[in-house]
Design a protein around this ligand. Structure first.
Ligand code: PHE
Length: 345
């Protein structure tokens, strides 16, 4: 008797483990518990209780009803399991077209990089090459070769990060001017985009590191008119509309004459507003005609050649173009800021 019920339990569990669909479980149920000829039903029906004495009857009765409820429970569990699996598969196969798509996080590009890639494109279109320069520079290229006098305040400890080796972190991309002229000679049209460093107190418009894009064009007969036309072409593309520019005198030791280039205020179109401090103009970039001493330092003859240079603040340009109110946001690492900019250029 016990051997029979053990064998039945084992056979039942084995068949249930094989069942993958609800109707396969049902087939197992009929095979073991079916009214007509289920093997457990048959075993119970075939037991002649009348031939057993009272004690035997109790033992056999317990064993058979234990087997029956064991089978019922095992079959119910198996049915629940295959139904759950089937439901999961059905759900996976269904597409609900009214649900919003899954958002894929692809990151985004820092607006300064977007501006840089854009500028590189526009300048290449005007025949300029792109040169990187070095973030760690010598005092010579950053200052001396650019006609910045030994006692010029810009060399003060307060403005420049000096390294123990005597080298420095470039304070402007102008440091690449003489390097590029020496390397490529003339005629030369090049931009040098990159990171610059200054030892400054932080506020909404000052960071210890920021990005500039230097521009340099040297050839025979280059004039201020060339400078203006290149600038206007550039700014029209950056701001996607016609912009007016004006030049004011400005002083930098490496240009003569030197200028500050202003842009007609894009917020109020020159009417006067808070951004332009009611002047109708915003200061955009310093520029000028390359100083003869700088040309000489680069081995270019100032009698036959001339050039213009400008120092476009890319960080500043990004702030103007995207209306970013605080320079510290750029390196903040704050995803809520970066997320607002596109992932592709
Ligand atoms: N290098 C200057 C600065 O960073 C800007 C500049 C570049 C001025 C080229 C004139 C010509 O302040």
């Amino acid at each position: 008797m016990t051997a029979d019920t053990d064998a039945l339990r084992e056979a039942l569990l084995h068949e249930l483990a094989e069942a993958r669909e609800p109707d396969e479980v049902e087939r197992v149920r009929v095979k073991f518990l079916g009214q007509k000829d289920g093997s457990i039903t048959t075993l119970i029906r075939g037991t002649n209780f009348g031939a057993l004495d009272k004690d035997e009857r109790r033992v056999v009765g317990n064993e058979l009803s234990g087997l029956k409820s064991f089978a019922e429970t095992a079959i119910r569990d198996a049915r629940q399991q295959v139904e759950a699996v089937a439901a999961r598969q059905r759900r996976r196969g269904l597409v609900d077209l009214t649900l919003p798509g899954e958002r894929v996080n692809v990151g985004s590009i820092n607006p300064v990089n977007t501006i840089q890639l854009f500028l590189e494109d526009v300048f290449r279109g005007m025949g300029f090459m792109v040169e990187q320069g070095f973030e760690v520079e010598t005092e010579y290229y950053n200052f001396d070769a650019l006609n910045v006098a030994r006692d010029h305040p810009a060399r003060d400890m307060q403005d420049t990060f000096w390294l123990d080796s005597g080298a420095l972190l470039r304070t402007h991309t102008s440091a690449t001017q003489v390097r590029a002229m020496r390397k490529y000679g003339t005629p030369l049209r090049a931009i040098f985009p990159g990171r610059c460093f200054r030892y400054e107190a932080l506020d909404a418009s000052h960071e210890t590191s920021f990005y500039q894009c230097e521009g340099l064009m040297v050839d025979r007969g280059v004039t201020v008119a060339n400078l203006l036309s290149v600038m206007q072409t550039l700014l029209r593309q950056v701001f996607e509309r016609d912009v007016s520019v004006r030049l004011r005198p400005g002083y930098f030791p490496f240009v003569e004459p030197g200028f500050e280039l202003d842009l007609s205020c894009l917020i109020c179109s020159g009417e006067g507003c808070r951004v332009c401090k009611h002047s109708g103009w915003v200061e955009l970039m310093p520029c000028g005609m390359v100083h003869p001493r700088v040309l000489e330092a680069a081995g270019v003859d100032p009698e036959t050649h001339s050039g213009f240079a400008f120092g476009l603040g890319m960080t500043r340009l990004a702030m103007l173009k995207y209306g970013i109110p605080d320079i510290r946001l750029f390196d903040s690492g704050d995803w809520r800021f970066y997320r607002q900019f596109p992932a592709t250029v």
